[in-house]
Design a protein. Structure first.
Length: 567
């Protein structure tokens, strides 16, 4: 039996009080995510349960119980306080996926700071834009990333503390630098957790920046109410699960569902601190006996590329539930997972701004491959007419995905950018910036980001449909479809295609692929131009940067590329 029960029933009776009651929270109470994810679980008698199973890139494994987590997060919170960090200060986490990153996140929240997680792979420019914008007071980092921080700190006078978690005493520390050791610090058994309220700021997450300048989405402690219950319902987390979220906490998925969701549910979770390699991922699932797996289309397509033979080398029988987020999940990928793992990836749609899942496929619900599913029980969603911005009553018509404001984990501001924040609300709806249609059964079908949609001769074509069809071609591993300028049709479709291993690019193949799409979809959707590439430009969260490819075609400025995977 899954945690949520039948969708239609829960949708009718759901209200956020269900989550509040389960968490023992009442309006006006203190609510601190750091406390909820550690102390509360210990209070429930689960102190000796494993909270984190961590594996480093060289294979070493460390385990931490909820009681360890409680003490380490106390210790980190207390250290920050003694150092001079005050409540409301932004504290940046700039680390690989090491245990200090996870406990540091909770530690910051416990002392009332605002956690600002950034990808450790970010270069100086990416770092400086975000630290400057947030006026960050402290940064917690590792030796290996200290060089990048040192290069920019002179431009950041407000960055008062640079905390190094693995200082080995070999080279002297420089100005503003302080060493902190999770292992060697005096353990703080009791810490006076900051008495945050529902609306106290908690996390500042910079959006992945596929469109325009990165913006800091500011969340509050009350977001827990959404993150807890959606983890329970959609990820279906149960007491004996071993859960793995593959996302880095530099991306909202890695915090909402890679820290807060599982730990507020008292679930054991795994972290693999190494890059993507199919073999390593499968071995990790086998070794740790992972039961629930939350990943992303870009990784799933990479696993598809490796093929089924790789899967057969491992025992993945522990798996019982799979979910995906970040990009549209192609129908082909859904079918492949059912065929290959005997389990179907459940697509979930949400954003940094929404803080938690908003449209998703639920355990036990019929899945229509290629659809994002239905709104989460407490979420009122619709699609708005592209021109009038009124909800579209008719089914099957493409519009803008919109949500009625008021769910607990909704962002409360874009940091320093009220104008852009306000521009997201139209006619009383929060507009996500994505296009979709809703079918007769209430399922949502993704079309594309609003600014990725191609207008060819007055017909609007969504990149997702074409990319999904391309994936059905036996030679295609991955693709990105954009509009390129055309004197007659304004725009025509251009496809950038990465081929499967061993497939040679050729004019013949190009023609074959064009025809494949023409027959499968329509002459309009047929790419007029195909460019074979080794790989596609992606953000660190795995999203294809169509904007970059498009800008090149139009001879436009590429804009902000600071979240690019390999800059
Ligand atoms: C959690 C996250 C948000 C944007 C969103 C949309 C795309 C995410 C998707 C999806 C289609 C899905 N997106 N999930 N598109 N189907 N299941 O990804 O947050 O990094 O802020 O990105 O990602 O375009 O608007 P974020």
């Amino acid at each position: 039996m899954n945690n949520m029960g039948p969708y239609d029933e829960i949708r009718k009776k759901f209200n956020w009080n269900i989550s509040e009651n389960e968490l023992g929270y009442k309006d006006g109470d203190d609510i601190n995510i750091g406390w909820y994810c550690s102390d509360r679980i210990c209070d429930q008698g689960k102190g000796e349960k494993v909270a984190l199973i961590w594996q480093g890139f060289s294979g070493e494994v460390k385990k931490f119980t909820f009681n360890d987590s409680r003490i380490i997060t106390n210790t980190m919170a207390s250290f920050l306080q003694k150092t001079g960090v005050e409540n409301g200060d932004r504290v940046c986490l700039f680390m690989d996926k090491i245990p200090e990153l996870y406990f540091g996140f909770l530690g910051i929240l416990k002392m009332g700071g605002i956690a600002q997680p950034l990808f450790s792979a970010f270069g100086g420019e990416s770092l400086i834009t975000r630290l400057e914008d947030a006026e960050t007071k402290a940064i917690i980092t590792q030796k290996k990333h200290l060089g990048k921080v040192r290069k920019i700190r002179d431009e950041l006078p407000g960055l008062e503390y640079i905390i190094v978690v693995d200082y080995d005493g070999k080279k002297p520390l420089q100005e503003r630098e302080i060493a902190f050791s999770m292992e060697d610090s005096e353990k703080i058994e009791k810490f006076d957790v900051f008495r945050s309220k529902a609306e106290t700021p908690s996390v500042l997450h910079y959006t992945s920046g596929t469109t325009g300048q990165p913006k800091g989405a500011q969340h509050v402690h009350y977001s827990l109410i959404s993150q807890y219950i959606s983890s329970k319902y959609v990820l279906d987390l149960k007491d004996d699960d071993i859960y793995w979220c593959t996302a880095d906490p530099g991306w909202v998925t890695g915090t909402s569902y890679g820290i807060i969701g599982p730990w507020s549910n008292g679930i054991t979770q795994c972290v693999l601190d190494s890059g993507f390699k199919a073999e390593n991922w499968y071995r990790f699932i086998e070794d740790q006996k992972i039961t629930v797996w939350y990943s992303a289309p870009t990784a799933i397509r990479a696993l598809m590329k490796e093929g089924k033979s790789e899967v057969e080398k491992f025992d993945l029988s522990s798996l019982r539930h799979l979910c995906s987020v970040g990009e549209p999940l192609n129908a082909e990928a859904v079918l492949w997972s059912t065929d290959t793992y005997g389990l179907t990836f459940h697509d979930t749609f949400w954003q940094t701004e929404t803080g938690s899942m908003v449209i998703t496929n639920y355990p036990g619900m019929e899945i229509k491959p290629g659809s994002m599913g239905k709104p989460f029980p407490g979420i009122e969603a619709t699609v708005l007419d592209l021109k009038t911005h009124e909800p579209i009553e008719k089914r099957g018509v493409v519009g803008l995905i919109a949500l009625k404001p008021g769910w607990p984990s909704m962002f409360r501001a874009y940091w320093n950018n009220e104008k852009t924040y306000n521009s997201k609300f139209i006619n009383g709806w929060y507009v996500c910036g994505d296009r979709a249609s809703i079918d007769e059964d209430g399922y949502y079908w993704f079309v594309g980001r609003d600014d990725d949609v191609i207008n060819t001769g007055g017909h609007l074509v969504g990149p997702f449909e074409i990319e999904s069809a391309l994936l059905e071609h036996e030679s295609v591993a991955e693709s990105a479809v954009v509009g390129k300028p055309d004197p007659v049709n304004m725009e025509v479709v251009k496809a950038f295609i990465a081929l499967k291993p061993g497939v040679e690019a050729s004019d013949m193949l190009e023609l074959e692929i064009m025809n494949f799409i023409r027959k499968k979809l329509s002459p309009l959707a047929m790419p007029q131009d195909v460019e074979f590439v080794d790989s596609l430009p992606k953000t660190r969260s795995g999203k294809i940067m169509r904007r970059m490819l498009r800008a090149k075609e139009w001879g436009e400025e590429i804009g902000d590329t600071s979240t690019l995977e390999d800059d």
